[in-house]
Ligand binder design. Structure first.
Ligand SMILES: Nc1ncnc2c1ncn2[C@@H]1O[C@H](COP(=O)(O)OP(=O)(O)O)[C@@H](O)[C@H]1O
Ligand SMILES: [Mg+2]
Length: 246
């Protein structure tokens, strides 16, 4: 059984005339690491939000964990860690790092219950696994962009998800932070046996562990195959407005 399944899916934003993503057919098996690549505006973020049901699709069928997302979205989202694109905290943001990571557990604990020692242990482990435990008592706003991104990754790990949806996690980081985070994502994927869908618009940030590359352009999937094949086909160049030779 596929862990994620989209059949002939369209998603139209409220007020828009045309679907932003169109006729999407996508089957993802448990344990796959899928990269979704495409230029800005291709519909990558819309695809992730359609998968986790934060956006309602207007045509077709989306199921995750074998259940339709329209009916069982709330339960499914507890098991889907979603790292938002371009999210960063205001420098004055007073939340402590450990509390930001604990927010990842809210779906598991329930809004009205308080975290217990087991929850704090999971939070500490998540902080350890991304290497930011030393910052646990600092306000999140005082961390660098790369450090904040690691904390946000710890937050989705604290959720103990089965699926990770990562929306351009490496964008806006300096080269060193980019490499560190990329390695971290690969390590987490291998250790925790997760299913990962990672969006990128940059051909150079496709992780080695990625088994599949889905190329999007203009709201459609234009190619879906092994990363090497998709890259070597050169088709991605024209979607980026680059010449085929360049
Ligand atoms: N909330 C929204 N309402 C209407 N249109 C939107 C909204 N969010 C994104 N879009 C449009 O949908 C298209 C695809 O956006 P997006 O999925 O964010 O692309 P990508 O992540 O590939 O850059 C863009 O043309 C964008 O302007
Ligand atoms: Mg996007």
């Amino acid at each position: 059984m596929n862990i994620i399944n989209l059949e002939n899916v369209d998603t139209i934003y409220e007020g828009a005339d045309l679907p932003t993503i169109r006729n999407i057919n996508l089957d993802i098996e448990r344990g796959e690491f899928v990269c979704v690549m495409g230029p800005n505006g291709a519909g990558k973020t819309t695809l992730l939000e359609t998968i986790n049901g934060l956006l309602e699709h207007t045509q077709g069928r989306v199921s995750v964990f074998g259940k339709t997302i329209k009916q069982d979205g709330t339960e499914a989202r507890k098991r889907i860690g979603y790292l938002l694109q371009n999210f960063s905290f205001d420098p004055g943001e007073p939340f402590l790092v450990k509390d930001v990571v604990m927010m990842g557990r809210v779906g598991r604990i329930g809004l009205l219950n308080t975290p217990d020692e087991k929850d704090w242990e999971i939070v500490r482990k998540a902080l350890d696994s991304v290497g930011v435990r030393e910052f646990e008592n600092r306000p999140i706003g005082k961390l660098s962009g790369g450090e904040q991104q690691k904390v946000l990754l710890a937050r989705v790990l604290a959720q103990e998800p089965d699926i990770l949806l990562l929306d351009e996690p490496l964008t806006n980081l300096d080269l060193k932070a980019k490499e560190e985070l990329q390695e971290l994502i690969e390590k987490i994927y291998e250790e925790k046996h997760l299913t990962v869908v990672m969006v990128t618009h940059d051909v150079s940030s496709i992780p080695k562990v990625s088994s599949r590359l889905v190329l999007m352009n203009g709201g459609e999937i234009v190619l879906d195959g092994k990363p090497k094949q998709v890259i070597e086909s050169g088709v991605w160049r024209s979607s980026y407005g680059l010449s085929l030779e360049g």
